[in-house]
Structure formats: structure tokens, C-alpha cells
Design a protein around this ligand. Structure first.
Ligand SMILES: Nc1ncnc2c1ncn2[C@@H]1O[C@H](COP(=O)(O)OP(=O)(O)OP(=O)(O)O)[C@@H](O)[C@H]1O
Length: 211
């Protein structure tokens, strides 16, 4: 099957030093890849390159999307990309309008909304939610764009047990729908490894498949 995302010999220099060194990785539909690495090993940098948020210094990133990464990537970073001065419901309406989407048009986003239990905070300002609840909202936000590729930076961080279980269910559903999933983690956590088809380690910018 053709890859949805391909990183070919990607190097990235930041602050005068090589943060990524020759990273090569391909991701196919329905496939979950986990990248585990120590703090500062380059995980976020790799994900941001894969999301098209940053350019490689050397090498190439390629997406199988008609409109480039904006048209197919759902990115969930460390900091939730939701608007604090809008309510939870208004955030959903804003991102729905942006993507021509909605909870009634995206079954996966609707399932995320339900599984994450967001209805109870529907009228709350996003700025007044705890970190874990903003992360739940951010997951729905990412799915509203009809992504074929989910790039998630330590997505279980900050989630309680119920939300972790909900996220695992949601990600399995997404994989079953043919989405590809690339996740990072600083620890070999079973919540990540249980979903993974392949596991890689990233050590000082060098990616290697774990044995
Ligand atoms: N804008 C930048 N300018 C200079 N150096 C940077 C920049 N962004 C990241 N770095 C450096 O690149 C290295 C990798 O950072 P990155 O955030 O990708 O690591 P990480 O594996 O995601 O870490 P963590 O687990 O702590 O989130 C670090 O040494 C960091 O200091």
C-alpha cells in the first residue's frame, strides 16, 4: 500500500546543532507507529516536520494528500490549539466552520466528543478548563479536519484513567477507519505500545526500529 507520510533522510539543525540526523520513516493507512525517546531527543521536532510546520534542513518530507499537509494532518501538540476566550462549543463551531466540518459531519469527531465526555463542559470557556480537559477538546479539534494522518505528541500526558481508556478506544476506531497514527512518548508506556504496529527509538536525533 502507498505510504501516507514519508520522511526520507531528514536532518534538522536548530540553534546551531543537528537535532535530527537522517530520519527515514514511512506510514501507511491504518498503521500506528510509536516513537519513544528521552527528553530532548528530537521527538517534537520530528512531529512538527511531519506536520509540515517546519522544513527539513536536508532530506525530504512527503505526504499523499492532494492539498499537502494542511489537507490531511491532524496535529495534537503539547499545547492544546484551542481558543481560551471561546467556550468549548464555540471552539467546535469555529473549527467546524474552518474545515467545512461538524460533529454531525465527522463521525470520528462526534465519537471523540462523546468518548471524551465534553458535553458537560460545553458552555465553559476553554481557558477555564483544566489541562486534561483542554487536551480532550484538542483531540476533537484535530479530528474535525477529516485527517488521514494523526500526529500526536505524547497524547496520553495529562489524561486520567477514564480519558486514557477513551483515547485508546478512539485511536483504535481511527485506525480501523484507515487513519495512520504517529505518536511520541518519553517512556515505554503500555498505553502507547499496546496500539503500536511498529515501535522506534529516537536517540539524539537518530531513529532506529526497536527490536
Ligand atoms: N527553536 C529551537 N531552537 C534551538 N533549539 C531547539 C529549538 N527547538 C528545539 N530545540 C532543541 O532541539 C532538541 C530537541 O527538542 P525536541 O523538543 O524536539 O525534543 P523532545 O524529544 O520532543 O523533548 P521532550 O521529551 O522534552 O518534549 C532539544 O535539545 C531542544 O533544546
Amino acid at each position: 500500500m502507498a505510504a501516507l507520510l514519508r520522511l526520507e533522510g531528514v536532518w534538522k539543525m536548530l540553534g546551531g546543532r543537528w537535532v535530527l540526523r537522517g530520519v527515514t520513516l514511512a506510514l501507511e493507512p491504518g498503521e500506528a507507529v510509536v516513537v519513544s525517546g528521552a527528553n530532548g531527543s528530537g521527538k517534537t521536532t520530528m512531529l512538527r516536520l511531519a506536520a509540515g510546520l517546519m522544513e527539513p534542513s536536508r532530506g525530504r518530507v512527503w505526504w499523499r494528500c492532494p492539498r499537502g499537509p494542511r489537507g490531511c494532518v491532524g496535529y495534537v501538540g503539547h499545547t492544546p490549539m484551542v481558543y481560551g476566550d471561546l467556550t468549548v462549543r464555540e471552539n467546535i463551531e469555529f473549527f467546524s466552520a474552518l474545515h467545512g466540518s461538524g460533529l454531525d459531519r465527522s463521525p470520528l469527531a462526534a465519537e471523540a466528543w462523546r468518548l471524551m465526555g465534553l458535553e458537560r463542559y460545553s458552555g465553559s470557556l476553554a481557558s477555564q478548563l483544566s489541562f486534561g480537559w483542554r487536551r480532550r477538546l484538542d483531540m476533537v479539534r484535530a479530528l474535525l479536519g477529516f485527517p488521514s494522518l494523526l500526529l500526536l505528541d505524547e497524547p496520553f500526558t495529562g489524561l486520567d484513567q477514564g480519558a486514557s481508556e477513551a483515547l485508546s478506544r478512539l485511536l483504535r476506531l481511527a485506525l480501523g477507519e484507515g487513519l495512520a497514527l504517529l505518536m511520541t512518548t518519553p517512556l515505554p508506556d503500555p498505553r502507547y505500545l499496546g496500539l503500536a504496529h511498529r515501535v522506534y527509538t529516537l536517540e539524539e536525533g537518530v531513529l532506529a526500529e526497536a527490536s
